[in-house]
Design a protein around this ligand. Structure first.
Ligand code: NAP
Length: 247
């Protein structure tokens, strides 16, 4: 199920956390995955053979806010592999602050990485995908983009923006059999949530009907579905992976 053999995928922010899990899950279903991240020193994404028949290439440095970086990386992927089937816009940051105290640079930086980064990467893959007459663009939003969260107006705006962006792009490229979808995770156990104070983590967890934080693998499974042939009639959608915390 969700077989991806022969597909070439690029995942942003794949050095750790959810992005890393997505890269491994896509490869485990047969895809050749190029993991990318702003910093390449910390991670070990390509350190061992991928499970299944796929492959994970060495981690490539790509800061999604730097257009020249992005152009060069996608040109390199196309030159080396001859095609580009799946883009996962996963790179994301938080700079939490109540709006009263939020600095302009905290607003700008979150929007730049989370939303403009997805714009830059999606634009870079459109031409090859349109030529192929196939493709999958999947962006990682957040439950916060759907329900809002005090102290995260910048993050929520960026994640809600991804939803509007994807729904619009889905309509633009449907005629070329390219689908554009969003995965909206709830609370997932990664560095991003581990940075929250324990009391805040416990309070959030108490709001999840399934009673636990999600795992990066939970999110990756949803991405694999949307990337697969089985999801070929699904576009412009938001797939929530949130343990029921927002329906
Ligand atoms: P994470 O552990 O903080 O990982 C995010 C990755 O993105 C890091 O490797 C980071 O690299 C990279 N990144 C940051 N800025 C970048 C840039 N400009 N260009 C390229 N890569 C960049 O976060 P995560 O929890 O795995 O989250 C992954 C995605 O899921 C994010 O979009 C996040 O908003 C979303 N999400 C997470 C949760 C959750 O509960 N964890 C819930 C909903 C949605 P560095 O190491 O260099 O910072």
């Amino acid at each position: 199920m969700f077989e991806l053999t022969g597909k070439v995928a690029v995942v942003t922010g794949a050095a750790r956390g959810i992005g890393r899990a997505i890269a491994w899950a896509l490869a485990s279903r047969g895809a050749l995955v190029v993991p990318t991240d702003a910093v390449v020193s910390s991670p070990d994404v390509g350190d061992s053979p991928a499970p299944g028949s796929g492959r994970i290439a060495d981690l490539v440095r790509m800061n999604v806010t730097e257009a020249a970086d992005v152009e060069a990386v996608f040109a390199g992927v196309l030159a080396e592999h001859g095609r580009l089937d799946i883009l996962v816009n996963n790179a994301g940051i938080t700079r939490d602050q109540l709006l009263m105290r939020m600095k302009r640079e905290e607003w700008d930086r979150v929007l730049e990485v989370n939303l403009t980064g997805a714009f830059v990467c999606s634009q870079a893959v459109l031409r090859p995908m349109m030529k192929q007459r196939s493709g999958r663009i999947i962006s990682i939003s957040s439950v916060v983009g759907q329900m809002g969260n005090a102290g995260q107006s910048n993050y929520a705006a960026s994640k809600a923006g991804l939803i509007g962006f994807s729904k619009s792009l889905a309509r633009e490229v449907a005629a070329r059999t390219i689908t554009v979808n969003v995965v909206a995770p709830g609370l997932i156990d990664t560095d991003m949530t581990r940075a929250l104070p324990e009391a805040v983590q416990a309070e959030w967890q108490s709001k999840v009907p399934l009673g636990r934080f999600g795992t990066p693998a939970d999110v990756a499974a949803a991405v694999c579905f949307l990337a697969s042939e089985e999801a070929s009639y699904v576009t412009g959608q938001v797939l929530a992976v949130n343990g029921g915390m927002y329906t």
